[in-house]
Design a protein. Structure first.
Ligand code: SF4
Ligand code: SF4
Length: 363
């Protein structure tokens, strides 16, 4: 690891300014209507200073705390996913010509993004999404175009939510790879490290101070405490065989009696990548716009294939989600599809908890 330095809170604006001057649109967390969202940011005053985020099963709410930090919370409903894999976007347009059809690819907006506040679980999810969208024989040009220019400023977690369990999946709370810059926030500023030549170049333009040993130790202690304070855990990192042996377990029906099949869990999950493709034909028959949008295995449409509904029951849809995420994902990606961010727990309207369901299924 390159040496750690220190960036006082009062100099954080210089990071935004240097990133903007380097051509990036700077995306950072902001507090909005009780949530933390990622939006374009120009001033450090827009960050969620003094904000605390309480999360529990079926609950997520920001409050004004008594501290003076900007990142003393775990995660909001968004992660990097919507910035790279847009919730809805047009892919191509087909236009009728006198002698046939013309197909025009629609390019995604070209401005590179610098994202401040990326958590370790988000980086783990990004590795999975990169593999899904870019690892095959036909890399996705929309995802790839955005990903290529993206600069990642990670923030190590020192304030996990009650819903977090990244320590048990091995994906957090410390960012250990695949970032350009990493910050660990203390009461008066950040211990800061570069993780790439691009990150080092940005750091070279900042008014950094030498990081005293006490600050480095305080940052490490904050990350250690974050791991130790997590009370939820996924029971074992590879549940493939155990879950596949329980496809007829009574718990699938029990959870289906609570589940609304709303799909919130899949929308907020940073590793879910299912989508639907739709056509919007012009009324005059002159052409058609082809788009894709996020879809969910909890929706009726998703299981409707060749005129047949494959998963008419909610119990089958929940089973599909959990066994893909925690079991068959190992066959696809060599790891679980869960990075322990806890979003599906906090944003499930009826508080269904993936750690509790996995534990109940293993009994
Ligand atoms: S399954 Fe839930 S806890 Fe796991 S990565 Fe997805 S949203 Fe996060
Ligand atoms: S588990 Fe919760 S969030 Fe997911 S579909 Fe069911 S009710 Fe919605």
């Amino acid at each position: 690891m390159p040496p750690s330095r220190f960036l006082p809170h009062s100099a954080l604006q210089s990071l935004i300014d240097v990133l903007a001057a380097s051509g990036y649109a700077v995306i950072a967390p902001q507090a909005r209507e009780g949530r933390i969202v990622y939006e374009e940011t120009f001033q450090t005053a827009e960050l969620p200073w003094g904000i605390t985020l309480a999360q529990a099963a079926g609950n997520s709410r920001t409050t004004k705390g008594t501290h003076k930090q900007a990142f003393a919370w775990a995660n909001g409903p968004q992660a990097l996913k919507p910035l790279l894999f847009a919730p809805r976007e047009p892919l191509w347009r087909i236009t009728r010509q006198t002698d046939g059809y013309a197909v025009e690819a629609i390019e995604p907006p070209g401005r590179p993004l610098a994202v401040i506040g990326v958590r370790a679980c988000d980086l783990a999810a990004l590795r999975i999404q990169d593999r899904h969208f870019l690892g095959g024989p036909c890399p996705d040009p929309h995802y790839g175009g955005r990903r290529e220019g993206m600069l990642l400023v990670a923030v190590n977690c020192t304030h996990p939510a009650a819903t977090c369990f990244c320590a048990s999946t091995g994906d957090g709370p410390e960012a250990t790879a695949d970032f350009d810059i990493a910050l660990t926030e203390l009461e008066d500023g950040f211990v800061i490290q570069a993780g790439s030549p691009e990150g080092e170049e940005i750091l070279a333009a900042l008014p950094l101070q030498e990081a005293q040993a006490g600050k480095i130790e305080a940052a490490a202690a904050g990350i250690r405490r974050a791991a130790e304070s997590q009370t939820r855990a996924i029971p074992g990192q590879n549940l493939r065989d155990a879950l596949m042996a329980r496809l007829d377990h009574g718990r699938w029906q029990e959870v289906a009696e609570r589940c609304l099949a709303c799909g919130n869990c899949t929308m907020v999950c940073p590793t879910c990548f299912c989508h639907a493709e739709t056509e919007q034909p012009e009324l005059d028959g002159s052409g058609s716009l082809h788009s894709r949008e996020w879809d969910s295995c909890f929706g009726e449409r998703h299981g409707h294939i060749h005129g047949k509904q494959l998963r008419p029951e909610i119990s089958q849809r929940y089973r599909q989600w959990l066994t893909h995420k925690l079991a068959s994902w190992h066959d696809q990606f060599g790891r679980s599809g869960c990075v322990g961010c806890g979003r599906c727990i906090a944003w499930c309207p009826v508080g269904i908890d993936i750690t509790e369901e996995a534990a109940a299924l293993l009994k």
